[in-house]
Design a protein around this ligand. Structure first.
Ligand SMILES: [Zn+2]
Length: 332
C-alpha cells in the first residue's frame, strides 16, 4: 500500500490547513445521517425534561408537532417514537390498540408534520406491567418471555402502527423469527411498502439505564439476558444480522454504538446493508454529565463520537444529540 518512504513521503502535507483537510476528509457527518428519538406520554400540554437525560423531554401528543417542526427545520429526516402509556397490563395491550399512545402519536405527527418520516419502535417493555419485551410465561417461580406467543402479539402491533400511518417499523425485542413474522404480517395486511429497521444486534447493556428512566421500562424483576445479546459476543451478532436479513430486514441496527464499534464495522463489511447505530441514552448522559462539569468540550466530543460511528460503518445514527449537532453543522 505504501508507495514512497520518508523523507519523500510526508503525510503531514495533507494536514497543513483546514482547506486541504476538508479536501481529503474521508467521513463527513450530515443531518441526513440522523434519526431523532422522541418519548411520548399521556396527558396534555406536557414537555417534561428527563432528569437523567438533560436536554431531552417527554412530550404529550398535543405538543408533538412542536418537536416535529424543530426536527424538520434542522433538516433531520426522521424521528423514532417511543410510547409511554398510562395503562400497562400483562400483554401490553396498549401497544396494539388503535387508540394506543403510539397510534395516536403517529396520526398526530403525520397530520401536522407530513414531511417528517416517522419510525415506530416496536416492542412491549413500555407497555407491559412486568416490563419485559413480550408475553411472559411462568412455570412456578420461573418466568421468561415466550418467543412464539410474542410473535403473534408483534404482528398485531406492527399492523396497528402501519394503519396509523407509520413510515417504517423498528422491532427491538430480539425475539427469534421476529422479522419474518413482521414482514409476513405487514405484507398480508397490504403494507408491503413499509420497511423494517431491525434492532438486529441488540446487547443486554448497562448503557440503557437513562432510557429506562425515561420510558419507565425497567423490568419489574429479572433482566433481559434471555433475549438480548451477551456483550462478550461478536460472532453471534453476525449470525443475528444474517438471520434478520434473510427474514426480510431492510436496515439492520447495532445497539448500543460506542462500545460496539467493532460490531458495526463487521456488520457493514460483511453484509453491505444499510446499517444503523443507536447512540444510546447512557452514551448521551455520560457526555452531558461530563460537559456540565466542564470536564470535556461537549461539541467536540459529540462530533468526534458520531463521526467515528459513521467511520465504523454506520449509515444512520439514532441519537439524542441530533438537534444540537444539526445546529453545529450549520454553524461550521
Ligand atoms: Zn423491549
Amino acid at each position: 500500500m505504501l508507495t514512497g518512504r520518508f523523507p519523500q513521503l510526508r503525510l503531514r502535507r495533507l494536514r497543513k490547513n483546514e482547506n486541504i483537510r476538508r479536501m481529503v476528509r474521508e467521513t463527513v457527518l450530515t443531518v441526513d445521517d440522523f434519526i431523532y428519538p422522541i418519548f411520548v406520554v399521556e396527558g396534555e400540554n406536557k414537555k417534561e425534561e428527563i432528569p437523567s437525560m438533560p436536554g431531552q423531554f417527554r412530550y404529550s401528543i398535543d405538543r408533538l408537532p412542536e418537536i416535529g417542526e424543530l426536527v424538520l427545520k434542522a433538516g433531520i429526516p426522521a424521528v423514532i417514537l417511543f410510547g409511554i402509556p398510562e395503562h400497562k397490563d400483562e400483554l401490553g395491550s396498549d401497544s396494539y390498540s388503535e387508540e394506543g399512545i403510539i397510534q395516536r402519536a403517529v396520526r398526530k405527527l403525520k397530520k401536522e408534520c407530513p414531511e417528517l418520516y416517522v419510525i415506530t419502535d416496536v416492542c412491549f417493555c413500555e407497555y407491559t406491567s412486568h416490563g419485559h419485551c413480550g408475553y411472559l410465561a411462568c412455570s412456578g417461580e420461573v418466568c421468561d418471555v415466550d418467543n412464539d406467543k410474542t410473535l403473534e402479539l408483534l404482528k398485531k402491533q406492527v399492523i396497528s402502527h402501519a394503519e396509523a400511518g407509520a413510515d417504517m417499523v423498528a422491532p427491538s425485542g430480539m425475539m427469534d423469527g421476529m422479522i419474518k413474522a413482521i414482514r409476513e404480517a405487514l405484507d398480508s395486511a397490504g403494507f408491503s411498502d413499509i420497511p423494517i429497521m431491525s434492532y438486529a444486534a441488540k446487547y443486554a447493556s448497562a448503557y440503557y439505564g437513562p432510557f429506562r428512566d425515561a420510558a419507565e421500562s425497567t423490568p419489574a424483576f429479572g433482566d433481559r439476558r434471555t433475549y438480548q445479546m451477551d456483550p462478550a459476543n461478536f460472532n453471534e451478532a453476525l449470525r443475528e444480522v444474517a438471520l434478520d436479513i434473510q427474514e426480510g430486514a431492510d436496515i439492520v441496527m447495532v445497539k448500543p454504538a460506542l462500545a460496539y464499534m467493532d460490531v458495526i464495522r463487521a456488520v457493514k463489511e460483511t453484509f453491505k446493508y444499510p446499517t444503523a447505530a443507536y447512540n444510546v441514552s447512557g452514551e448521551y448522559s455520560m457526555v452531558k454529565a461530563a460537559a456540565m462539569k466542564g470536564w470535556i468540550d461537549e461539541r467536540r466530543v459529540v462530533l468526534e463520537t458520531l463521526t467515528s460511528m459513521k467511520r465504523a460503518g454506520a449509515d444512520l445514527i439514532l441519537t439524542y444529540h441530533a438537534l444540537d449537532v444539526a445546529e453545529w453543522l450549520k454553524e461550521s
